[in-house]
Design a protein around this ligand. Structure first.
Ligand code: FAD
Length: 106
């Protein structure tokens, strides 16, 4: 079985990559579906206390599904909320495309 950290890394990979390929101009249905996906995800994420905190955070930070870039920035802020809670450094959200889509330039 995956431990909480390995599960977390794999899940963030899925979530950030999903946001990186979300449409630039999503239809109304796509926006509703993504919103539901995120809320349903928060009911079944298999780390109970992580999921409970996430459900709380979703109340104060509702998903911004209005465009790819807004969803990516929202996902980055959600991940940073967890980073801060765990005492990890905050990620610079201007770098999400580089990290999760284009690859680091060097
Ligand atoms: P991770 O935090 O897993 O990050 C993986 C990679 O993502 C990083 O190496 C970095 O390149 C990139 N990254 C980091 N921050 C961002 C960002 N803001 N935006 C974009 N990319 C970024 N663990 C707990 O102990 N308690 C919890 O309550 C908890 N809640 C969680 C809730 C969710 C929804 C998820 C998916 C995970 C949760 N976790 C929780 C797990 C935790 O977030 C980490 O995944 C785990 O601690 C492993 O951390 P890591 O340092 O390997 O990097």
């Amino acid at each position: 079985p995956l431990d909480k950290d390995e599960l977390g890394r794999n899940t963030w990979s899925l979530l950030h990559t999903t946001a990186a390929y979300y449409p630039d101009e999503p239809s109304r249905n796509q926006q509703t579906d993504m919103n539901q996906f995120i809320h349903l995800f928060s009911k079944f994420y298999p780390c109970d206390f992580c999921a409970a905190d996430l459900r709380q955070d979703l109340k104060s930070h509702p998903p911004d599904t209005s465009s790819r870039s807004n969803l990516q920035q929202w996902m980055c802020r959600m991940h940073n909320i967890v980073n801060v809670k765990l005492g990890k450094p905050e990620f610079d959200c201007s770098k999400v495309e580089e990290r999760w889509k284009d690859g680091w330039k060097d």
